[in-house]
Design a protein around this ligand. Structure first.
Ligand code: OAD
Length: 243
């Protein structure tokens, strides 16, 4: 793979780790209504309800481990000279797999942010001892994630646009490509001449633009795809077997 490589991930990459997706047959948005749980209005109306839902999701994610697809991306970061990982996921599994630079478009479920003083900090306690949690300043804390109707963190989005506009390859893994602005990043990359590779168990609006469509679970497909493009790794692997 020559030239800058960008990877955009969505909930599907964490599916085999046991993290629920949003829009699949068992997706979260099948049993929960986003407008009751993932909007600033919902939080203003009923912070306890919103926090109970996030506390439940945090407990589920805490029981999950990164899978081989997350690990391949961490390896790609360490060997490719120009590599950018952009994720819509808030689960932190890329970092748990060893990825060091992750552009988190939708925030991180392990961070909290004060609605009064604006401070953010990591809080990995599960379950949280007090719901809704409060800041040292007395303000109400919220999950540091992006809710429907909210802008994405500007520096993160800018870095993502810039990387998408100049990449030669973009891998789009496990996203329904329905949520903006994330869904536009592969379109920008494609318009600027990048080769799109889609890894997904089903078709998405991006499928017609992709030069390579890899159908199946990311945790199986991605390690195979990467090994096929990385002969050094295959040689090293076979040497290890011979020894
Ligand atoms: P979705 O739940 O919308 O889509 C998950 C995608 O992953 C679908 O296209 C599935 O076909 C695919 N998929 C499922 N299992 C897979 C597997 N094992 N391997 C590969 N692909 C698989 O999730 P996102 O596209 O990430 O936003 O959703 C985007 C945003 O919508 C989320 O970040 C969240 C949500 O509302 C916020 O919370 C702001």
């Amino acid at each position: 793979m020559k030239g800058p490589v960008v990877v955009l991930t969505g909930a599907g990459i964490s599916a085999e780790s046991g993290v629920p997706t949003f829009r699949g047959p068992d997706g979260l948005w099948r049993s929960f209504r986003p407008e009751e749980l993932a909007t600033p209005e919902a939080f203003a109306r009923d912070p306890l309800l919103v926090w109970e839902w996030y506390d439940w999701r945090r407990q589920r994610i805490a029981a999950c481990q990164p899978n081989p697809a997350h690990r391949v991306l961490a390896e790609m970061e360490s060997v490719l000279p120009d590599f950018t990982l952009i994720t819509q996921n808030v689960d932190g599994l890329h970092q748990a797999a060893g990825s060091r630079r992750v552009l988190e478009l939708h925030g991180n479920i392990w961070r909290v942010r004060c609605t009064r003083c604006g401070q953010t900090r990591e809080d990995r306690r599960v379950p949280l001892p007090e719901l809704p949690p409060r800041c040292a300043c007395g303000g109400l804390l919220r999950p540091d994630v992006v809710w429907f109707g909210e802008p994405l963190p500007a520096p993160v989005l800018e870095a993502a646009w810039e990387a998408a506009a100049r990449c030669r390859w973009m891998l789009v893994i496990g996203t329904s490509a329905l949520v903006q602005p994330a869904a536009s990043l592969p379109i920008v990359a494609h318009r600027n001449g990048a080769r799109l590779v889609e890894v997904n168990i089903s078709d998405t609006p991006l499928t017609p633009l992709a030069e390579e469509v890899l159908r199946g679970p990311a945790a199986e497909i991605l390690p195979r795809w990467w090994a096929a493009r990385n002969p050094q790794k295959q040689v090293a692997g076979s040497r290890r077997q011979e020894a």
